[in-house]
Design a protein around this ligand. Sequence first.
Ligand code: NAD
Ligand code: TYD
Length: 349
Amino acid sequence: MNSILITGGAGFIGSHVVRLFVEKYPHYHIFNLDSLTYAGNLENLKDIEGKPNYTFIKADIIDESTLNALFKTYRFESIIHLAAESHVDRSIEDPLLFVKTNIIGTINLLNAAKKNWKGNFINKLFYHVSTDEVYGTLGETGLFTETTAYNPNSPYSASKASSDHFVRAYGETYGLPYVITNCSNNYGQNQFPEKLIPLFINNIINNKELPVYGDGNYTRDWLYVKDHAIAIDLVFHKGKQGNTYNIGGLNEWKNIDLVQLLCQQMDVALGRKKGISEKLITFVKDRPGHDLRYAIDASKIKNELGWTPSVTFEEGLKETIYWYLNNQIWLNNVTSGAYQSYYKKQYCN
Ligand code: NAD
Ligand code: TYD
């Protein structure tokens, strides 16, 4: 049985990747390693927790000796590494935490793989999941390609850029087989309500202000999370070792336009009068170092592996809205406790 370690599997994207692999590949054993930070939630995987080819391991990638012990016990053959601190605003508050998890944690995993695979790299793979934010910002035109120079602007993107460099360096220096994917903004079920779309859905439900940073004229390229999981499956099985693939939604939205669309769809979903939710929009102080625009050229993954997004933004956003409306217990559970003090500090209310 192929033994695959997925890190960060209790988080947003990781939980979709874990589910896809557990269900699609009964002959693989999936080990989900997660330290369960505020962003990790085993509720996300309730439906598959009893499957015979699934094991959850609570561990921290900062802890090198535990990683080595786990490699010895379970003999992982491949790693899909998603565990990370992932929120830009939190990285502005506490950059060192991002250095620890995203850089040192990744190096610990690389070392554990290198040590335990002992130079026998046949059928081994270190798959590093990264972000398009490593490329920095675009102006009004142009797209990020796999050869765009790294130019990260936030502590989050700087830590992810560094981890990408280390993965590549282990490939070049020690021959460790790897692939890296750099993906655009994801949205969908189970995303922690600190990121734009779930935060605003939650605030609309609760009639709270919608804090749009600056003038709202910032652009992001949105991809439905299940399409990202499908792309990861494809790159894991068919991607060329030592390669990078950009993954994107081909779906650019200015924040303010997206928020207006979300408000309209939420009014319909909640049976509210048209225009009610838009009244909650409040322009607030801008994020420092705010990147103007991200947009992906996904032609390499399309041409080499045949991947394109399968879910339209209209469908994906609708699915997402109804998921949050139907899962308000999940929402209430993750927005209680420590999240309340984070929210007060970040938005001063
Ligand atoms: P998330 O914050 O929802 O989940 C991160 C998971 O990692 C959580 O389950 C958390 O408990 C776990 N984790 C954090 N620190 C850990 C540690 N020290 N040891 C073990 N586990 C730890 O993040 P996400 O949005 O699902 O992102 C997953 C990956 O995808 C990240 O590497 C991120 O950089 C990348 N990515 C995210 C997006 C996006 O839009 N969300 C886009 C492109 C790439
Ligand atoms: P976010 O979901 O944090 O993702 P990222 O910063 O990784 O792109 O933010 C998406 C966009 O929405 C980004 O331009 C910042 C903006 N934004 C707001 O305007 N208000 C908010 O409260 C948040 C969380 C984000």
